[in-house]
Design a binder for this molecule. Structure first.
Ligand SMILES: N[C@@H](CCC[C@H](N)C(=O)O)C(=O)O
Length: 289
């Protein structure tokens, strides 16, 4: 049980972070699933491994969902990693390489801002299993054909695939029930993250997100980014808004260069050690007793 880790979160969307640059080891998928369990494991939404960047960025961030599947983007974790790198280097900025591309983070007073890159709207980039020329509202619905519960989502790739259903009340829908159905719908060959969004004002949107590979989370950074660009491109919101989630608020801005900026807090909860082979773990303070 000798591999150190940090337990961190961004608005209660939480992560187990391991530094492989310092000898840490990324466990096998079945051990990640075991560690993700909130009763016997550390409990988290994503497992984050920091590696040396082959492209000269400050760090390469590898992302595994709680189900053990590797994915290319994680907004809240990107802020947490940016915070760690800036503390390490003493610089007010950080470059983070991911499978979705190079992301730049910067400290802004008490929070962290990250340039999450440019959204992709074409159906092949989401990706979708069939051609849709207008991805602002695709033909997908849940419920009776003549009275669908949810329908016509906007879809976008912000480093990962998202579907956003615009509704009048995000708490009026059983996202725990329809989330898995939509996440695994055949229209999404790589599955998808599913959000319901209520545009309260052009600058304030409330969302709940069922995450691919993690389920219902308290916040989703890429979900917030996907929602903002989908609301703005359909004329429902401005290009900057506060996104309100059960775990807290993010400010998302879609700038004039088509880049999405995400700003919000990060938190380090505790340190610990674990065995990457067995999944045994303990908090640092327990080890000190
Ligand atoms: N919680 C993350 C999203 C993590 C990955 C997502 N579940 C996926 O599978 O694409 C965020 O804050 O963006």
């Amino acid at each position: 049980m000798n591999t150190p880790f940090l337990k961190m979160n961004g608005l209660a969307n939480d992560f187990m972070v391991v530094d492989a640059r310092a000898g840490g080891v990324r466990p096998a998928p079945e051990v990640i699933r075991q560690l993700a369990d909130r009763t016997t494991g550390v409990g988290f939404d994503q497992f984050i491994t920091l590696e040396r960047s082959p492209s000269g960025a400050d760090v390469f961030m590898r992302i595994d969902n709680a189900d053990g599947g590797e994915v290319a983007a994680c907004g809240n974790a990107t802020r947490c990693v940016a915070s760690l790198v800036m503390a390490e280097t003493g610089k007010p900025h950080a470059s983070i390489e991911t499978r979705a591309g190079l992301l730049l983070g910067q400290r802004t007073s008490e929070t962290i801002s990250v340039d999450m890159g440019v959204p992709k709207f074409d159906w092949q980039s989401i990706p979708l299993a069939e051609e849709f020329h207008d991805t602002r509202a695709i033909e997908l619905q849940i419920g009776p054909v003549d009275a669908p519960v949810l329908h016509s989502p906007a879809v976008v790739n912000v480093g990962n695939p998202h579907a956003v259903f615009f509704v009048d009340d995000v708490d009026a829908h059983q996202i725990e029930r329809f989330g898995p159905l939509l996440e695994n719908h055949p229209i999404f060959p790589e599955r998808a993250n599913i959000s319901v969004a209520h545009v309260e004002t052009p600058n304030r949107i409330r969302i709940r997100t069922w995450e691919r590979g993690a389920g219902l989370t308290r916040a989703c950074g890429t979900g917030a980014c996907a929602t903002l660009v989908s609301a703005a491109r359909t004329g429902r919101s401005a290009r900057e808004a506060v996104i309100v989630m059960p775990g807290g608020e993010l400010t998302i801005r879609w700038d004039e260069r088509d880049h999405i900026w995400m700003t919000g807090p990060t938190e380090t909860e505790f340190a610990g050690t674990f065995d990457p082979e067995t999944g045994a773990w303990q908090r640092a303070e327990e080890a000190a007793e």
